[in-house]
Ligand binder design. Structure first.
Ligand code: NIG
Ligand code: FE
Length: 405
């Protein structure tokens, strides 16, 4: 049992049973000034104003006026990768686009070659260090994709590494089989789609979700639907990469297959907004990729004013977003997408949790949920978080009620 007392601002309070925020609800979150919060057995058990603070049993932590908010929920990452692609960073500075780098054999295939040359142990050590960095920056739940193996052995190696990360860290991890991230070397696209499908019996037990990079130059809507149809009997719900490079039809394919999320969405028309209305599919935008690649930002404001919710995620990967800093993602949401701090908070917490199927488990200050919380240094408020977007703000991160050490 722990009680955090003298919380200057307790932020992200959401009633039980609310699993996501949509439309105008995005602008709402519960905030309590001068509060306490109790934790038992890793879960939030209660909170309230300091005037009614129960005489603390167990450990008492004095927040000294710091803010407490839900830990970030990053629903889209590719943190299992080998080495670095800083050579391509120079190509990018010299004017090559993401597509041009990929066409020259760089990009995802470059990471695939590096991964093939890296032992499973080394891949785990490199990748778990990234997970650790993310937790230190306040992330309490994250999704990790395969997709740099691009052959049966490589994909299984990645999924085993994700499993091992899941078992080694206090953050909650969800795994996604993204065999169809690029066509593996030596295969035609048709052959490779077959390889991805044929691997499902071995990949599915290691994964929660299925993903396809449904975009120009990668996989077609038809490929995507074949893979999603084959994955459904294995219980893998889709999370789709769509509309990063072109208006790809991936959003519509995702909705037809009851995707949990459709991600990227840098290039969308009103048709994508229309098709998402009234569905259980969460649109996930990745402003860190837009920032790094210099491509358009998702149309967050239009999505919200159309009644949709959005989640924001880091897309942490070596090619289009080499950062897992969710406070920066939140800041990009506010500065570049014109989200209010409350909308951005909902996008990086509750809606991110929803986009990983964790809406009942984490992502808000709700009794019964895991105590995945950030305690800030004194003086911080929700608005300051994206405003002072580089000032260190974290005093401690609690995951499952325990401080990260
Ligand atoms: O989400 N778009 C496809 N996949 C990643 C990039 C992967 C890479 O370049 O290594 C993304 O941006
Ligand atoms: Fe991605």
């Amino acid at each position: 049992m722990k009680t955090i007392i003298n919380i200057g601002e307790l932020v992200g309070i959401v009633p039980e049973g609310v699993l996501r925020k949509q439309g105008a609800e995005m602008a709402v979150t519960g905030i309590l000034q001068n509060a306490w919060l109790s934790i038992d057995d890793g879960r939030i058990t209660g909170f309230g104003p300091m005037a009614d603070c129960p005489s603390g049993k167990g450990e008492v932590i004095d927040a000294e006026g710091g803010m407490v908010l839900p830990a970030f929920c990053d629903s889209h990452t590719h943190i299992v990768y080998a080495g670095s692609r800083d050579g391509e960073f120079l190509d990018k500075i010299n004017g090559l686009s993401y597509e041009e780098i990929a066409e020259r054999g760089g990009g995802i295939l470059n990471s695939s070659d590096l991964l093939a040359r890296t032992s499973e142990e080394d891949l785990f050590l490199q990748s778990v260090a990234r997970a650790r960095e993310m937790m230190e920056k306040g992330t309490g739940a994250l999704e990790i994709k395969s997709g740099y193996g691009l052959c049966p052995e490589g994909e299984l190696k990645m999924l085993r590494v994700i499993r091992r990360i899941r078992e080694s860290i206090p953050a909650t991890v969800r795994a996604t089989y993204l065999g169809a991230h690029a066509v593996g070397r030596g295969y035609t696209r048709e052959e490779y789609v077959r390889v991805v499908i044929d691997l499902l019996p071995e990949a599915a037990p290691l994964a929660d979700f299925i993903d396809v990079f449904c975009d120009e130059g990668f996989f077609t809507v038809e490929d995507t639907e074949r893979i999603l149809t084959a994955a459904a009997p294995f219980g893998l719900r889709p999370k789709i990469h769509a509309n990063e490079l072109a208006v790809s039809g991936g959003v519509q394919a995702g909705v037809r297959h009851n995707a949990l999320s459709v991600d990227h969405l840098e290039r969308t028309t009103d048709a994508e907004i229309e098709v998402l209305k009234g569905t259980g599919t969460m649109p996930v935008m990745l402003p860190g990729s837009s920032f790094f690649l210099g491509i358009p930002l998702g149309r967050a404001r239009e999505f919200i004013s159309s009644g949709l919710g959005i989640a924001l995620a880091s897309d942490y990967n070596p090619g289009s977003s080499p950062s897992g800093d969710m406070r920066f993602v939140m800041a990009l949401g506010c500065i570049k997408m014109r989200l209010t701090p409350v909308e951005a908070l909902n996008a990086v917490t509750l809606n991110g949790a929803y986009a990983m199927g964790l809406g009942e488990e984490t992502g808000s200050v709700t009794p019964g949920k895991r105590a995945d919380l950030i305690l800030t240094r004194p003086g911080w408020t929700l608005t300051k978080l994206p405003y002072l977007y580089q000032t260190p703000f974290i005093r401690s991160v609690f995951l499952g009620g325990e401080p990260l050490t």
